[in-house]
Design a protein around this ligand. Sequence first.
Ligand code: TXA
Ligand code: MG
Length: 337
Amino acid sequence: MTMMLKVDPLNPNEETMKKAAQVVKRGGVVVFPTETVYGMGANCFDVNAVLKIFQIKKRPTNNPLIVHICDFDQLQDLVVDSASRKTSVLKTFWPGPVTFIFKKKSAVPKEVTGGLETIAVRMPSHPVAQMLIELSETPIAAPSANLSGRPSPTREEHVVEDLYGLVDVIIESGETPLGIESTIVDMSRDTPVLLRPGAATVEDIRKTLPDIKIPEFVVASEMKPEKTLAPGMSYRHYAPRKPLVLVINRENLDTALKKYPDAVILCSLEDSQSFKDRHVITLGTLEQPFTIAQNLFHALRTVDNLPQRHAIALGFEPRGILFSVMNRLRKAASEII
Ligand code: TXA
Ligand code: MG
């Protein structure tokens, strides 16, 4: 049985939230909204609860989870080094959509980190996430609340579609405001490394971490990273259940349109004008690129629910948030031309 709890995203009812926190305390699995996407969480120090997450999600056990905290005291319980040395960097981005990787304390179960000696930590800014962590009185390990391989959930209906009946609680709180997962920065090495572009833009990260390295696999999805650096990045992600062609070189668009005469088109509002005789899913306007990120995962799920057998996505200039969007589109694509 899954308990459904509805709360206001900005001003969650504390009594309702206490019910969810009780479930975390007793070793259950709770789906909750964050500013990026919905997460499915459990007490990070409870090995059985953490293992349930992997089972429910059908996630490989070597793919580590992000641990969510509500204050800097909780960070001290998780990481060995650096927390104090790097506090000013962390304070620039937290609470918010950036995940940092540090060396972990031995008290953190290895199940959480997929056997790695490092741990990914994030302090979300969403009031519901913050209140859940606070009332649960423990950091919460949580991956995105989708079945492994499916697009991350940005709406209640996505969570219900994937996880109803499988988790103990679903906290419903409307659409997640940013709609794309957190940016992940590895701080456990000499120089910071970007492992996943996300809701915080690379340009923003660079203002505080000018020497950040951007590995090739972040830009080109064809590249597979070394397993221990970014275990999660070697899996195909966000994949719609039908073939998605990502057109990067516009000269190839006509070929794609001819090859897939029934294909649904995913593109910007500006481009949508050119496909009068097609089923078009408009992601948003180039003038407000954050809306494109916000709508992306819903669009990928919509593609699956339409009768057409193929989809064609038009690539974006990979700048700002659209750099992160292109990373996800590349991972979702079955073909890039
Ligand atoms: O916005 C987000 O980050 C959402 C919300 C719920 O917080 N969470 C999320 O979690 O996207 P998940 O599990 O779907 O993605 C976490 C990624 C995985 O690719 C995982 O491999 C990577 O973070 N990761 C976690 N711990 C790591 C570590 N110690 N070293 C390298 N990568 C790590
Ligand atoms: Mg995920």
